[in-house]
Write a protein that binds this ligand. Structure first.
Ligand SMILES: Cc1cc2nc3c(=O)[nH]c(=O)nc-3n(C[C@H](O)[C@H](O)[C@H](O)COP(=O)(O)O)c2cc1C
Length: 336
């Protein structure tokens, strides 16, 4: 392995963005140290071709500059504007050939005119018209159909359209967002901060009572104190620091105290989530801090309100691809 590598090649998995390609994942010791390379179908086919023949060779990627250099011992991924990534050729060969065995048969995917990701349906496998996919032996709308649909949603690419997908398209933001623990020393524009705070204010709240309060920390000393209260996580001293607190007293609903507490933690969490998505949509990145000493945070802020999370925002030092997740069908249990 070359000295550039603090990450080790770990796995091949389906790519969200290339239905017939794959995603190669490198992982380091910390959860932040990961790198991925996405190959489209042709690139994957070329790599498989070389690896199948136990041969050496080069795959030139779509941008015509990046290259995969397959040598007998180490395969190097020389990517434009990126540090050199390496993989043990034998390990890569084993995993890529295993991955390539899975049939990635093309399925016709339609996306309706709204161009929303979930608005996907597939041609029935018998080829007749559009509609729900049916699996052999599965009744219409059965479990297999749903699982297969989920698979397709995960793997599908947006249909080519003349209408550009705006940078702020919410599904693009979801699909590309990645937390950051290292922020660039660049000032975040005030208008962006305003938009993030306004976005937090649009979040739903129980009974619309807005059972939360946001502390926007500008003071450097307060930020440093928050680092201490957040288990010494140094990146809490970020360009923008927002502390989301619960304010159950605002929730004027006739429910038991524990329910109002629960509502206010949900109100504060949802508002923070809206701010996180808004930040991503504005080209910023963030890290959600849940590991906090509530009493210390309360005393630093001089408030009786319980903090639920701290959201640290700024320009990322380095843009990273999103982390992988378990398969959608493992996340969701369909109750018929
Ligand atoms: C409830 C919650 C608590 C978290 N607490 C911390 C934390 O204290 N420190 C930290 O570095 N990251 C924290 N994170 C960030 C997660 O580690 C991160 O979101 C996760 O690894 C997924 O990465 P992604 O956001 O890039 O998809 C927290 C996230 C959530 C939702």
């Amino acid at each position: 392995m070359g000295e550039n590598n603090e990450v080790e090649f770990s796995k091949v998995e389906p790519a969200y963005t290339s239905r017939h390609g794959c995603r190669l994942v490198w992982q380091g010791a910390n959860e932040d140290d990961s790198d991925t390379v996405i190959l489209n179908r042709d690139e994957l086919d070329s790599l498989v071709d070389i690896l199948q023949k136990d041969s050496t060779g080069t795959v030139v990627l779509e941008d015509r500059i990046s290259k995969i250099l397959v040598n007998s011992d180490v395969t190097q991924f020389s990517l434009q504007g990126h540090k050199l990534l390496e993989a043990d050729t034998l390990q890569l060969q084993k995993q890529v050939l295993e991955y390539a065995k899975i049939p990635h048969e093309p399925q016709y995917v339609y996306i309706n005119s709204k161009q929303f990701y979930p608005s996907v349906w597939m041609r029935r496998e018998d080829g007749e018209g559009k509609g729900e996919t049916r699996q052999p032996g599965d009744g219409p709308g059965g479990q297999a159909a749903r699982q297969s649909l989920l698979d397709t949603i995960l793997r599908s690419e947006p249909k080519k359209t003349d209408m550009p997908r705006p940078e702020s398209d919410v599904f693009r933001i979801f699909a590309t967002r990645r937390s950051t623990r290292k922020f660039a020393k660049i000032k975040v524009e005030d208008w962006k901060i305003d938009k993030i705070l306004a976005a937090a204010d649009t979040a739903p709240t129980a009974g619309n009572f807005q059972g939360l309060k946001i502390f926007y920390i500008k003071n450097g000393k307060t930020k440093e104190a928050l680092v201490e209260a957040a288990n010494k996580q140094s990146y809490v001293n970020a360009p923008i620091v927002l502390v989301f607190c619960m304010d159950p007293a605002r929730v004027k609903l006739k429910f038991p105290k524990d329910i109002l507490e629960k509502f206010s933690i949900q109100d504060a969490t949802l508002a923070a989530s809206h701010a996180l998505i808004a930040a991503a949509g504005l080209g910023l990145s963030s890290i959600w801090i849940g590991m906090i000493d509530e009493e210390k945070v309360k005393s630093i802020l001089g408030t009786k309100l319980r903090p639920s999370s701290i959201l640290c925002i700024g320009y990322p030092d380095k843009k990273k691809p999103p982390k992988s997740r378990r398969k959608l069908k493992e996340l969701i249990e369909v109750i018929e």
